[in-house]
Design a protein around this ligand. Structure first.
Ligand SMILES: NC(=O)c1ccc[n+]([C@@H]2O[C@H](COP(=O)([O-])OP(=O)(O)OC[C@H]3O[C@@H](n4cnc5c(N)ncnc54)[C@H](OP(=O)(O)O)[C@@H]3O)[C@@H](O)[C@H]2O)c1
Length: 328
């Protein structure tokens, strides 16, 4: 089968991780890299043996050898970069958060529909075997009715205020950067909550340094989560049911093993095999969808992304997290 040819926009941390992942992805080849800086692009092209390199994102999306563009820029650019790639007839895989608010995500989806091109949010955890297995275990009733989900993602950041973690021009803050995994995990495992309460600790730039959210489900089930750049806490997720709990080890949103601890005292360890660095699974989904002529994934659908961003918007509103250049 013909290989799908990838181009990458940006040469930062995640662009490197994704380029590495493509070595393990099905029917994929990395053919182009675009950066704001020609030297950085050249260096990246040498590191990953990429035939074409460009000093702008515009040149990359005009490359006729590129089928699909992966976007790894800061949050504020996701919508703009996606629209530009779609306008130039490229399929798109865009890093999380898809856009910084529902309005942006709806624009991106409308453009993909208009151009009849594939578009997906790069929420890599959705495609990891441990996360998929956890969902299957829940559905099989392994721990009975779920009573409480906890998901924590926090670390002490040593970045300056200009960095994308804190810079509001780049739509920084813990919620969109790392808390998004907690929100995704709660929605994926338990569905849409009936209510929620959230609070954020805002720093000097106005970004949420820490954010805690409690989701309420029907009956007495809760999901309790926190994200923070101010504290090193374990990055773990647990789902407590009536007969036991499912535990995902540190860092829960990455590839890893699963432990079921029953209230009888019995522990079941479920080892999970992994291919590549884990980001290759989302790339496999993109390739399969494009080869099947689909414009969205059933696994991370446009509705899934809309549910996620609408929830993030509602949480930001409750916490007073505002992106002055993006929110109206
Ligand atoms: N899925 C995951 O596990 C994961 C992990 C980390 C990050 N992410 C996501 O990936 C995106 C990038 O994160 P990252 O950690 O890779 O960030 P990063 O290391 O700061 O890289 C961001 C890149 O974006 C480009 N860029 C364009 N305008 C920029 C600006 N004004 N300031 C800084 N960089 C700019 C730069 O590439 P050029 O100079 O080459 O143009 C830069 O190297 C974010 O959306 C983040 O949420 C996802």
């Amino acid at each position: 089968m013909k290989k799908i040819r990838w181009g990458i926009i940006s040469t930062g941390k995640i662009a490197h991780v994704f380029a590495e992942a493509l070595k393990y992805a099905d029917n994929s080849e990395l053919v182009a890299i675009g950066s704001r800086n020609i030297n950085t692009a050249k260096q990246f092209s040498q590191e990953f043996n990429v035939p074409h390199y460009y000093s702008s994102y515009e040149e990359l999306v005009k490359d006729n050898d590129v089928d699909v563009v992966y976007i790894g820029t800061p949050h504020n650019l996701h919508c703009e970069n996606t629209l530009m790639a779609l306008e130039n007839n490229k399929h798109v895989l865009c890093e999380k958060p898809f856009g910084v608010n529902g309005k942006e995500v709806r624009k991106m989806i409308a453009k993909a529909k208009e151009k009849n091109l594939f578009l997906m949010e790069a929420l890599w955890s959705r495609f990891l075997p441990n996360i998929i297995k956890t969902k299957e275990l829940l559905e099989a009733g392994e721990i009975g009715k779920v009573r409480l989900l906890t998901a924590y993602f926090a670390f002490k950041s040593h970045q300056g205020l200009e960095h994308r973690q804190f810079n509001m021009d780049l739509c920084g803050g813990s919620l969109l950067d790392i808390g998004i995994y907690n929100v995704f995990y709660s929605l994926f495992m338990l569905g849409k909550p009936v209510d929620f309460k959230a609070a954020a600790g805002l720093g000097v730039t106005g970004s949420d340094n820490s954010c805690s959210i409690t989701f309420k489900y029907s009956g007495d089930t809760l999901a309790v989560t926190h994200s923070s750049f101010m504290a090193d806490t374990p990055i773990i997720a647990e789902i407590h049911g009536e007969t036991g709990k499912i535990f995902l080890e540190d860092k829960y949103f990455c590839p890893g093993n699963i432990k079921i601890i029953r209230y009888t005292g019995k522990e079941v360890f479920i080892p999970i095999e992994i291919k590549g660095n884990g980001y290759n699974y989302e790339a496999d989904e993109v390739v399969k969808c494009i080869q099947d002529g689909k414009i969205q994934s059933d696994k991370m659908s446009w509705d899934n992304s809309l549910e996620l961003i609408d929830m993030l918007d509602a949480i930001r509103k409750e916490c007073g997290i505002i992106y002055p250049k993006h929110d109206d």
